[in-house]
Design a protein around this ligand. Structure first.
Ligand code: ATP
Ligand code: MG
Length: 380
């Protein structure tokens, strides 16, 4: 049985954003790590607040937008900026990020306690996990959406993983381009295929290791959310089952060479992590996720998120910050209550949004309620 963990929390005691989306100057002060409940009409500015927090993790935020899109329409000449105070069990740190207007290419700067740092330094201090309405389609869309979902979860704990994804992606694009053109330097093609083989092994191995860890929480789940098992299937996965990594790299390279004609016709590559099938089984019913009802799929997604939260609490030593955009409204009352209890038990500072306050009433007295309307925030 997985114990219900209550790792020490890390939480934002202050969040300020300027010239960001609909906010000229956003300022939220929290006095403890209780859940923050943001409610208000459509277009009020709730998701923008969560998006600002998601920029305290590496990447382009949870909507994965171009950095310039965060700049307030009404004030395009000024850079957007986010400042936050993060409370950790042994003190607090000042975090800031914003658009660097002096850079030739779009980039953002990250500062920790005033000193510039790489974005990848952020998860060394704390983790952020999010679930957005976009994740709702996870089990209905094609495999590429599931691969992306899984890769995002892994990148949240292991930011260097994204370098392997990028290297694989670039090599694959270049190989496809050269194959299409029909004339290429065979030595360069060999280098590209070597890179693809090496990165394929790293990516699939990392995915398998992450899945194995997450499944411990999925299989032994003691919450009211479904037990699950996650798996990745494909040639590379099969090869890695019984063979050393170096052998698998050679095998992939051999297959890439043999598949050149096929890959020229179809584009991409017939073998590799870009072809992996990610399967999720709801163990409460022994059904694959795709045949579960809409409500069951949502519960399964929350189960994955809660399991990941527990895993991160153990890996990082502190509970992550949770961003839950519109996840509550479509759950039945019992599941809503269970989710709130889980969040409180995890000790994680959760930022929840919804259009109506009534669904969050069970958190009254245990959470910080803010109403948002036309980018204006009021307590209560
Ligand atoms: N760069 C920008 N500059 C100014 N306003 C923006 C910018 N980007 C988005 N907005 C506006 O911010 C407003 C709030 O958006 P947000 O997504 O936060 O709403 P929401 O409260 O989450 O609404 P919903 O309940 O519909 O999800 C929208 O009206 C949107 O058009
Ligand atoms: Mg929203």
């Amino acid at each position: 049985m997985t114990p219900i963990l209550s790792s020490p929390s890390c939480w934002l005691s202050s969040l300020k954003a300027s010239n960001f989306r609909c906010y000229d100057a956003l300022n939220i002060q929290c006095h403890n790590h209780s859940p923050v409940i943001l409610t208000g009409p459509n277009g009020a500015g709730k998701t923008n607040i969560l998006e600002a927090i998601s920029l305290l993790a590496p990447g382009r935020g949870f909507r994965k937008c171009k950095l310039s899109q965060f700049t307030r329409y009404q004030n395009q000449g000024m850079p957007w900026a986010i400042h936050a105070t993060l409370r950790l069990p042994d003190g607090s740190i000042a975090l800031s990020t914003g658009l660097d207007l002096t850079a030739e290419k779009e980039r953002r700067v990250v500062k920790i306690n005033g000193a510039p740092q790489a974005q990848t330094a952020l998860p060394e201090w704390f983790r952020i996990i999010w679930q957005t309405p976009q994740s709702d389609c996870l089990f209905l869309e094609g495999m590429s959406v599931r691969r992306k979902f899984l890769d995002t979860l892994i990148t949240q704990i292991n930011p260097t993983y994204s370098k392997h994804l990028t290297r694989y992606d670039h090599a694959l694009k270049e190989r496809s381009h050269l194959l299409k053109e029909g004339s290429y330097d065979p030595n360069w093609m060999k280098v590209l295929e070597e890179t693809l083989a090496q990165e394929a092994v790293v990516i699939v191995t990392t995915r398998k290791e992450f899945i194995a860890e997450l499944n411990i929480y999925g299989l032994n789940n003691v919450t009211h959310f479904p037990k699950f098992s996650l798996a990745t299937h494909g040639y590379v996965e099969d090869f890695l089952e019984n063979n050393p990594a170096l052998w698998v790299e050679d095998k992939i390279q051999e297959m890439l060479f043999a598949n050149r004609a096929d890959d020229t016709l179809k584009g991409g590559s017939k073998i590799g992590p870009n072809q992996s099938e990610i399967r999720v089984i709801n163990l409460d019913y022994d059904y694959p996720a795709e045949v579960c009802s809409t409500g069951e799929q949502k519960a399964l997604l929350l189960s994955l998120m809660l399991a990941n939260c527990r895993l991160q609490s153990v890996v990082c030593g502190v509970a992550p910050i949770l961003l839950l955009d519109e996840v509550v409204a479509h759950l039945d009352h019992q599941r809503q209550a269970h989710l709130f209890e889980e969040i409180l038990a995890l000790n994680a500072q959760a930022w929840l949004t919804g259009t109506h306050t009534n669904v969050f009433e069970p958190l009254r007295g245990r959470g910080y309620f803010l109403t948002v309307d036309h980018a204006v925030l009021k307590e209560g």
